[in-house]
Design a protein around this ligand. Structure first.
Ligand SMILES: Nc1ncnc2c1ncn2[C@@H]1O[C@H](COP(=O)(O)OP(=O)(O)OP(=O)(O)O)[C@@H](O)[C@H]1O
Ligand SMILES: [Mg+2]
Length: 178
């Protein structure tokens, strides 16, 4: 890899006041993904979304897909386990493993084949796939609060950190009304 700048943004904590705020965070992340097309084409990107039932994972991913330029219907993969999308040279895969009864269903279902260069894998209920699941570049945890949700983002790789940096810049622009 070329010269690497030190990892700057590895952790981010946000309060999401309502569902549109979750979608805005998703959308800002989607724009970051689009801006990182080249390295994602080379390495792939894996995002784990954690949080209890109804914490806003699908809402956020829907925003992300829109922010990345996906048009048309965005369905929840609760029953299908996987919904695939394509934008430019990227494949985006939205997984929901809630219905797994055991983690080995990940390998038995051949889900590992979707991961790799050019793939953006967005995973709801990653804990259901246990250690079969490839590690996350970015881990996003949502928590239900009395009012709204809290979101914690952690970057585990250089690419994840670049994603967080761009995300922060995009959120600043969104707040400034740009
Ligand atoms: N920041 C927020 N504040 C309040 N409500 C929110 C927020 N984000 C999302 N919601 C709402 O929470 C509900 C559940 O959202 P969503 O379906 O995205 O959750 P989920 O985490 O995907 O759930 P599941 O685990 O069942 O897939 C929706 O009604 C959505 O509008
Ligand atoms: Mg969901």
């Amino acid at each position: 890899m070329a010269e690497e700048s030190p990892i700057a943004a590895v952790h981010l904590h946000l309060h999401l006041t309502d569902a549109p705020a979750s979608a805005v965070l998703g959308s800002a992340l989607g724009s970051a993904v689009l801006a990182l097309q080249e390295p994602i084409h080379e390495h792939g990107l894996c995002v784990h979304l954690l949080g209890q039932v109804g914490s806003g994972k699908t809402t956020l991913i829907r925003g992300l897909l829109r922010g990345a330029g996906v048009e048309g219907a965005v369905k929840s993969p609760t029953y299908t386990l996987l919904e695939p999308y394509e934008v430019s040279r990227l494949h985006l895969y939205h997984f929901d493993f809630y219905r797994f009864k055991k983690p080995s269903e990940f390998s038995e279902g051949g889900f590992g084949e979707y991961f790799g260069p050019g793939a953006v894998c967005l995973i709801e209920w990653p804990e259901k796939a246990g250690t079969y699941l490839p590690p996350a570049d970015l881990r996003l945890s949502l928590r239900v609060l009395d009012a709204g949700r809290s979101a914690t983002l952690d970057a585990n790789t250089e690419l994840g950190a670049r994603c967080l940096e761009l995300l922060q810049a995009n959120l600043r622009t969104a707040r400034a009304g740009g």
